[in-house]
Ligand binder design. Sequence first.
Ligand code: 5RP
Length: 236
Amino acid sequence: MDQKTMKENAGKAAVDALVRSGMKLGLGTGSTAITAVRYIGSLMEQGALKDIKAIATSFQTGLECEKWHIPVYSLNSPEVNGALDLTIDGADQIDYAHFCVKGGGGALFLEKLAAYASKSYAIALDETKVVDMLGVTFPVAVEIAPEARTFVCAELAKLGAECVLREAVRKAGPVVTDNGNFLVDITFKNAPGRIYPALLEEQINHIPGVIENGFFTKKGPHVFVARADGAVDVWD
Ligand code: 5RP
């Protein structure tokens, strides 16, 4: 089974297990999260899901919600009032503690806001993304204020990180996020010994100029891992 189909299976399994009519939903970003958005849209079209209020974590997700007529609100709107029932998202990698790395699609700030404003959190992904150690084989995105770039990279180096400014494709210069910031991608491949994602999530966010980082360790997600044989494992 190809990875695209596995992503669809994971997204659908998360929706079937957790999404109910009347929910305020955080909708994640990326090719896996979008499969969940489309599935929610199709269930709404059939009348099987009603009265959904969504928060989009990126322009990508907002545009997909438009296509499916999923009503999108601001997290600040009175209808949502800063609190979500559930957020469903994908991830770049996950370890066996259910800690994730996110931000491959550059949407980590709103993704984390939605996740941490949610009662319940779900991560859908395929089995190729399950790893023993985060921060080594896939970079962790850090969203930064452009003016803070040099300072932040020097501080990240003190934590053992190698830091690369994310360059845009088909636009000259760096990626500019949906919030008008830069992204640096960091890895810890030369750090001595294990790294501690829960501690790093806090340490990185203490650096002035950092908006948010792609370690997600504080929400204990329900995890839906799609396997190549067609099954979906659920880690609760
Ligand atoms: C976007 C993300 C995505 O969830 C992550 O990059 C996984 O993407 P995909 O489902 O396309 O593999 O964090 O910022």
